[in-house]
Design a binder for this molecule. Structure first.
Ligand code: IMP
Length: 433
């Protein structure tokens, strides 16, 4: 048995969905423990595309239990949409389990998220406007409403009444926006409660029992290291912990139970939202990567900012999460761009001319670094040979690229992504017995 955490080592959108889906084929349980409907995981399976937001990607395998942990901020309205979408595609949801301890995203959180972004104007964070920040604010202010409350009509109405009163003060007096009535939230939410009820469980017991019983557990990370509220490019971050530790606190299992931490590193870098991005490409090369990689947000549809692979950042992610294995998707995407020389950032030049491998803490310092690049000739996969199936089948340029990642980070690249289908992956190790 194994407990494996899969997490993003960049700014999210690394292609976690694909690897989670691949590893989920051997997992008994797949767990989402952080973030909320801000996440968008795209998975290609059986020639169909699936876009997932809150439900773990393991749902595509019959018989796999899919847990939404206490660390998630759950938007029941969006969950209903996602359940409808999956059911319409014939996906069986009977394995879904929702933690009674997860906090809820309520309509006032969504309105407050947008209001605060609009108030910030040019200084906005560029959030997904899904109410994530305000929902976590309530959690940490100890004024949040949880799934367990939603399951109890009286408890829910009492907490909701107090919150609507407080949030209306903010919305009307600070932001000049309309408030909510208790009824307009309570009526749909109490209906959602009945649809959710069969799936609500004590997921701490469920998960710990499963580990004790020797099951294979996969933690599906959301967002990425540089969006972590503690370790990311603050304040241009999300309000949760996408790093590996976030998965365990968001699920209620101890750190000693985790066997492997897989960091997903896209072969280039992308980010959505605002904030400094040292290796960003604003030229033709950037457009080519964006088009080849379909770099448009799953949740918002926004074009993503793209740039070269930044190993200073990836090395930092490896340290913060104790990453044991790297997985590198999108090698085929770089091949498809036809760009002649592919660059990789292997150091930051500081204003005084010195070069460092350290990722700085402050945004001002990050904005002042100049990337130091190593260059690689582009590689193309020989169409006559089809999609590479083994590491040795990769063109030499691609292998040198992978070896550069391993040397710089000190972490083995254990899985490579060479296409969008489930089978388009090369494993150099096995994860679940
Ligand atoms: P929020 O999570 O909606 O509050 O957004 C905060 C920051 O995180 C913004 O820059 C978002 O674009 C970014 N973000 C949130 N979720 C994702 C994701 O799943 N992928 C990439 N960026 C994300």
């Amino acid at each position: 048995m194994s407990v494996v955490v899969v997490m993003g080592a960049q700014w999210g959108d690394e292609g976690k969905g694909k690897f989670v889906d691949l590893l989920a084929s051997k997992a008994d349980l797949v767990v989402r423990a952080t973030g909320g409907s801000n996440a968008g995981h795209t998975v290609w399976a059986n020639g169909q595309q699936y876009k997932l937001h809150q439900i773990p990607s393991g749902v595509l395998y019959k018989g796999t239990l899919c847990v939404i942990g206490n660390g998630v901020v759950l938007d029941p309205e969006k969950l209903m949409e996602e359940m409808d979408y999956l059911e319409a595609k014939g996906v069986d949801l009977s394995g879904l389990r929702i933690s009674a301890g997860a906090h809820l995203v309520l309509p006032y959180h969504v309105r407050l998220d947008g209001a605060e972004e609009d108030r910030k104007g040019a200084n906005k964070i560029g959030t997904t406007r899904r109410g994530i920040g305000p929902a976590y604010m309530d959690k940490y202010a100890r004024t949040g409403i949880r799934v367990v409350d939603l399951m109890d009509r009286d408890e829910f109405l009492s907490k909701l009444t107090a919150q609507v009163e407080a949030k209306n003060e903010l919305l009307t007096k600070i932001y000049g926006l309309p408030g909510f009535t208790v009824e307009e939230i309570a009526e749909p939410y109490l209906a959602y409660a009945e649809r959710i009820r069969p799936y609500v469980a004590n997921t701490v017991e469920l998960l710990n029992d499963a580990i004790d019983a020797g099951k294979n557990i996969l933690f599906e990370g959301a967002q990425g290291t540089l969006l972590d509220v503690d370790f990311g490019t603050y304040p241009y971050v999300t309000s949760s912990h996408p790093i590996a530790a976030g998965s365990i606190i968001g699920a209620g299992v101890g750190p000693t139970r985790v066997d492997r931490v897989v960091g997903i590193v896209k072969a280039y870098t992308s980010r959505v939202g605002e904030g400094p991005f040292p290796t960003e490409l604003l030229d033709e090369a950037g457009s080519r990567i964006r088009e080849a990689g379909h770099e448009y947000g799953t949740t918002t549809g926004r074009p993503r900012r793209v740039g070269w692979l930044d190993l200073v950042m990836v090395r930092y992610a490896c340290r913060v999460s104790g990453i044991t294995d790297l997985a590198v998707p999108h090698l085929d995407t770089l091949a498809k761009t036809g760009i002649e020389r592919i660059k990789v950032c292997v150091g930051y030049r500081l204003p005084d001319g010195t070069v460092t491998r350290e990722f700085p803490v402050g945004l001002k310092a990050l904005a002042q670094v100049t990337p130091v690049y190593e260059e690689f000739p582009n590689w193309s996969f020989d169409p006559a040979k089809g999609t590479p199936r083994q590491y040795e089948d990769l063109p030499e340029g691609a292998r040198r690229y992978v070896e550069c990642i391993e040397e710089f980070t000190g972490v083995p690249v254990s899985i490579l992504g060479v296409g969008s289908e489930r089978s388009d992956a090369i494993y150099r190790t096995s994860f679940f017995s």
